[in-house]
Design a protein around this ligand. Structure first.
Ligand code: NAD
Length: 487
């Protein structure tokens, strides 16, 4: 922090006002590329969270009674403001989270798409007129907003994740208090400015930063919070679900993944190598839908290992705001140490390092949390990285012979977010795709997200969906009206 370039000071956004933590405490978020401070962030606690819930509860009656069309106008104005600040926020994502510009711009696009799509979709939240077996009565259903929602998001998708939750919730007529991850808090506070610029009604959308357990605890124990929408690790998701049980709150859980990627020997190899490399090294491997277990049919195994390793060795790693950089750092040194541990364990169990396998040396990398794009072959299914989400740039290759065998291998873990398969045989694609235990299956395709499409997992990867019509349902209740009619 120098006099010439003071570190900017972020402020929480509660009831339409920007403010520090009640305690006056702060923490500093840093740039994973070079370890430099990005911003000073308020370290909020229960008091701030409670004030934000007060504001969201006070704003709920008026916001929920607005027509869906009127809410849509407000939401489109947020999208307009976000479009105006698109490049500034994308650059901040690269600085605070580390992902390259192109990926950061993709987050902005998904954010804007989500706002615009849900603004319109809530106008179609129809109820029904139900054929009634009893004469002299009519049965109607009406779709009602759930109420005040507490949202908690991770650092790896720090902007789009805000809108994946806020856009459907606000469109449905809910109000929200959102807590970002510590590491990427400044991005969220900049997004709060976008709401202010759009003159969004005070208290409808609030941002609180700081102590996660204290803020989470207010969401769990305040009866006015009727829903918790969480994206993050399975471990924290479980903790929140337990807590939410106490007041029977609704939950949406977008949790960890451990995606299988299946390459059959009849796949289009050039296209497949390109797609798998992009998927694997997306956000330096820190993606919930990232390629975790790459199963390659024995006939093409050696060639796939060689070509993935060639690709990994030629990737430009560094500051993602610079042209040509394909991969940035991991979020922090703790993440680097975890990847080191997982790779060490796999190697001890017989894996061969075909590319990378260590931190990156050199002056440009000294202050950042960089790990080299890595390819491991002959990985044992007993290695920890088969069971655990790697969350780093490590492609782990396993060999298989038959369809039945690979389906069993793919389904052998307790996670089920995304799965991918590559084959030119469409009968096989459907046969295998239908039997994979996951919420999403990519067939010769690795891009799964769109505002229009439901995204989410089965098994220990979560409950509920974000995106699409299903994403709106997460924020709606169905109310029955039974009406006496004199015939
Ligand atoms: P994390 O679970 O450590 O943290 C997520 C959020 O929870 C953060 O905001 C954190 O501050 C907060 N948190 C932590 N402890 C808490 C507590 N006791 N009470 C309330 N809040 C608490 O996860 P992370 O490391 O930030 O993110 C990575 C994880 O997120 C990975 O497992 C990844 O797969 C998952 N993820 C899932 C999806 C999906 O859509 N399924 C998308 C992105 C990331």
């Amino acid at each position: 922090m120098t006099q010439e370039s003071p570190t900017p000071l972020g402020a929480m956004y509660i009831n339409g006002r920007f403010e520090p933590a009640q305690s006056g405490e702060t923490f500093v978020s840093t740039n994973p590329i070079n370890g430099e401070p990005v911003a000073v962030i308020p370290f909020g606690d229960e008091r701030d969270a409670r004030r934000a819930v007060d504001a969201a509860a006070a704003a709920f009656p008026a916001w929920s009674r607005l027509s869906a069309a009127a809410r849509a106008k407000h939401i489109h104005r947020v999208a307009d403001a976000l479009e105006r600040r698109r490049d500034e926020i994308a650059l901040l994502i690269t600085m605070e989270e580390g992902k390259p510009s192109r990926e950061a711009q993709g987050e902005l696009q998904l954010s804007i798409d989500s706002l615009r799509w849900y603004a319109e979709e809530s106008r179609r939240a129809y109820g029904a007129w139900i054929p009634d077996p009893i004469p002299g009565r009519r049965l109607l259903t009406q779709r009602m907003p759930v109420g005040v929602c507490g949202a908690i998001i991770p650092w790896n998708v720090p902007c789009a994740m805000i809108f994946r939750k806020a856009a459907p919730a606000l469109a449905a007529g809910c109000t929200m208090v959102l807590k970002p991850a510590e590491a990427t808090s400044y991005i969220a506070l900049k997004v709060a400015e976008v709401f202010a610029e759009a003159e969004f009604p005070a208290g409808v959308m609030n941002f609180v930063t700081g102590k996660s357990s204290a803020i989470g605890n207010v969401f769990l124990t305040d009866m006015r919070v009727r829903k918790i929408s969480f994206t993050g690790s399975t471990e924290v998701g479980r903790l929140l679900m337990r807590g939410a049980a106490e007041q029977i709150k609704r939950v949406s859980m977008e949790l960890g993944g451990n995606a299988p990627v299946i390459l059959f020997d009849d796949c289009d190899l050039d296209a497949t190598i390109r797609a798998v490399s992009t998927l694997k090294f997306l956000n330096a491997g820190q993606a919930c839908i990232g390629a975790n277990r790459i199963y390659v049919q024995s006939g093409i195994y050696d060639e796939v290992a060689r070509r993935l390793a060639d690709h990994a060795q030629t990737m430009k790693v560094g500051d993602g705001s610079q042209a040509g950089v394909a991969m940035g750092p991991l979020i922090d040194m703790k993440a680097v140490e975890k990847v080191e541990e997982l790779v060490g364990d796999a190697v001890r169990q017989g894996a061969n390092v075909r590319a990378g396998g260590s931190r990156i040396q050199g002056e440009a990398y000294e202050k950042g949390s960089f790990y080299a794009p890595t390819v491991l072959s002959e990985v044992s299914m007993k290695a920890r990285l088969h069971e655990e989400e790697i969350f780093g740039p490590v492609a782990a290759l396993y060999s298989f012979e038959s369809e039945d065998q690979v389906i069993e291998m793919a389904n052998a873990v307790p996670y089920g977010l995304s799965a991918y398969l590559f084959t030119e045989n469409m009968d096989r694609a459907l046969r295998v795709g239908e039997r994979l235990e996951s919420g999403m299956v990519g067939i010769n395709e690795t891009r799964l997200g769109a505002a229009e499409a439901p995204f989410g997992g089965v098994k220990m990867s979560g409950i509920g969906r974000e995106g699409g019509r299903e994403g709106l349902e997460e924020y709606l209740e169905t109310k029955l009206l039974a009406i006496r009619v004199r015939e």
